[in-house]
Write a protein that binds this ligand. Structure first.
Ligand code: 6PG
Length: 244
């Protein structure tokens, strides 16, 4: 695994750099295997990236891309909180992505059922390694102010999932169920790109990167892909961090 950290002045150049990285990884994967398999992150940070991808990414690359999700909320696909809806509005619709290449987590179903269905979708569509484990070309992740990523929240059962690729995860502090990819699958990716923007994320990032003694161990600290780990931070999130 290689780790690289880049800091950008604000969210716009961060998103622009992510478009460039996405395109390079897509070209490599498509040239090698004819397709590019990416898990999208939710929340607000990646929306700018998705909008720029629709505007700037070579349609020939997008047409060979399979879009998956790192996690989903337990809501219908047209709900304002749906990660699918955000990606649909920012990227899939404007870029006219083939529906057959969009692999949605069914947030409208009970989380356990949705996770079981998604396991089948992943197993059917993802490239596999020698052990039969799915391999994403790229997993996009964000980070919450509590150090969660995807829907791997502190103190939740999904953190200890060592076999399933995707699972239902009850998040007590939000009083909700989520569907999330698990560490085994995320860490089997060739590339993981973590996008973190905003001052609210700085305290957790400082504890992690500056190895503050006695800090809580955050879920995002267990993201160790077999391939490349890239952190793209804006200045607000990276402020006052020494060891970047
Ligand atoms: C979600 C995301 C989640 C997100 C972080 C950061 O469903 O909310 O997958 O892991 O990446 O919560 O969210 P922001 O980018 O909105 O700060």
């Amino acid at each position: 695994m290689s780790r690289q950290i880049q800091v950008f002045s604000d969210a716009q150049p961060l998103a622009q750099a992510a478009v460039q990285t996405w395109s390079e990884l897509a070209k490599t994967a498509i040239n090698a295997r004819g397709g590019f398999h990416v898990a999208l992150s939710g929340g607000s940070t990646p929306k700018k990236l998705y909008t720029l991808l629709a505007e700037q990414c070579d349609p020939a690359l997008l047409s060979k891309t399979h879009f998956y999700f790192g996690d989903e909320r337990s809501v219908a696909p047209d709900h304002k909180d749906s990660n699918f809806r955000m990606a649909q509005q920012a990227l899939f619709a404007p870029a006219n992505i083939d529906e057959a290449h969009i692999h949605r987590m069914q947030g409208e179903l009970p989380a356990d059922e949705a996770a079981g269905n998604y396991q089948k979708i992943l197993d059917h569509n993802l490239p596999k390694d020698e052990q039969g484990m799915g391999v994403f070309d790229l997993v996009l992740l964000g980070m919450g102010e509590d150090g969660h990523t995807a829907s791997l929240f502190p103190g939740t059962d999904a953190l200890t999932q060592t076999t399933q690729w995707v699972c239902a995860n009850h998040v007590k502090k939000l009083d909700t169920w989520r569907i999330t990819l698990t560490y085994p699958l995320i860490n089997n990716a060739d590339n993981v790109l973590i996008l973190v923007s905003g001052a609210g994320k700085q305290p957790v990032l400082k504890q992690i990167f500056d190895h503050i003694p006695g800090h809580e161990h955050y879920p995002i600290e267990d993201i160790h892909p077999r391939g490349n780990l890239l952190w793209y931070l804006d200045q607000a999130a990276a402020n006052d961090i020494i060891h970047l």
